[in-house]
Design a protein around this ligand. Structure first.
Ligand code: SAM
Ligand code: DTB
Ligand code: SF4
Length: 322
């Protein structure tokens, strides 16, 4: 049985990264098979429910009001429109519907419409996920009562590199939101972005923070930076694709019971690179032609890729801990 640890040092995580590629992938695939059905992939569909004009300055993000990205700003969508999109996602085979809003944190008056969306999407028989920025304890409780299953709040990068990426909120505030979400009884979805000019040590340190949380997040999205013209991160040298695969593999080893999502950035990846990510232990993807504001692979192409790999969409349930 693979052990679940909460005492990783960044150095130990770097040592995992530093292994020969084949050794690392073999270990990751072994951990994967000890915990999960090897060929089941969880699929979530995203919808941007409030787009752009965000006061935060995340240097990667097309939705920040600090950068000119030509994005069309949209207020909070009406509940019916969100439910219709969720229903269409379900008909296409998604099992979870993730609603994303470009906020620093939701305002008091936004909470009831959000709660209504969650209840109605849940009533369709979908798992619900929300990501709308920082939450306090009361907000997290209210959303849990409404039927929310998962809350997504990424740490994005290592504590050491964080200030290079965001200045309008602290790393510690991210952790505080994750604690509020966990204490409300919600499932936690938290991961980060690779390819923002961070070092291998930063990638290792980010994964150590996630693994050292009191409970591992149930879901860990690993995004590859989507470079959007107008954002400060645009023009960043691309991260070595094999380093991205290593990041997935190290996440799989350090977070053995978490569903690891091969998240944003798949449009720019070859089928072979995605296959390597699955071999490294990724067992979730975003499914649908759009992420929040940028492109995702076409649904038909994803279904064909999964079929070619002999993978099926479903819920990868970890085996009972021994
Ligand atoms: N505003 C909320 C927040 O930041 O918590 C929720 C939405 S925000 C868009 C969710 C996450 O998407 C970010 O934390 C970041 O990890 C990811 N993301 C945003 N822009 C991205 C990009 N260009 N490439 C890769 N990931 C991105
Ligand atoms: C996550 O880790 N990635 C998703 C989701 N959580 C909310 C968002 C990716 C956004 C990519 C850029 C865009 O489409 O705006
Ligand atoms: Fe706003 Fe979230 Fe984008 Fe940061 S990542 S600018 S908080 S929408």
């Amino acid at each position: 049985m693979t052990s679940v640890r909460h005492d990783w040092t960044a150095e130990q995580a770097v040592a995992l990264f530093n292994q020969p590629f084949n050794d690392l992938l073999f270990d990751a695939q072994t951990v994967h098979r000890n915990t999960f059905p090897p060929n089941t992939v969880q699929i979530s569909t995203l919808l941007s429910i409030k787009t752009g004009a965000c006061p935060e300055d995340c240097k990667y993000c097309p939705q920040s009001a600090h950068y000119k990205t030509g994005l069309e700003v949209e207020r909070l969508l009406p509940v019916e429109q969100v439910v219709a999109a969720a229903s269409a996602a379900k008909a296409r085979g998604a099992t979870r519907f993730c609603m994303g809003g470009a906020w620093r944190s939701p305002r008091a008056r936004d909470l009831e419409p959000l709660a209504e969306m969650i209840s109605e999407v849940k009533a369709l028989g979908l798992e619900t996920c929300l990501t709308v920025g920082m939450l306090d304890a009361d907000q997290a409780d209210r959303l849990q009562e409404a039927g929310l299953d998962y809350y997504n709040h990424n740490i994005d990068t290592s504590p050491e590199y964080y200030d290079e990426v965001i200045t309008t909120r602290d790393f510690s505030e991210r952790i505080e939101t994750l604690n509020n979400v966990r204490n409300a009884g919600l499932k936690v979805c938290s991961g980060g972005i690779v390819g923002m000019g961070e070092s291998r040590k930063d990638r290792a340190s980010m994964l150590a923070v996630l693994a050292n949380l009191p409970e591992h997040p149930e879901s860990v999205p690993i995004n590859r930076l989507v470079q959007v013209p107008g954002t400060p991160m645009h023009g960043q040298p691309e991260v070595d694709p094999l380093e991205f695969v290593r990041t997935i593999a190290v996440a799989r080893i350090m977070l053995p019971r978490s569903v690891v999502r091969l998240s944003a950035g798949r449009t720019e990846m070859s089928d072979e690179l995605q296959a390597l990510c699955f071999l490294a232990g990724a067992n979730s993807i975003f499914y649908g032609d759009k992420l929040l504001t940028t492109q995702n692979p076409a649904q038909q192409a994803d279904m064909e890729l999964l079929a070619r790999l002999g993978m099926t969409a479903g819920t990868p349930v970890p085996v009972q801990a021994g």
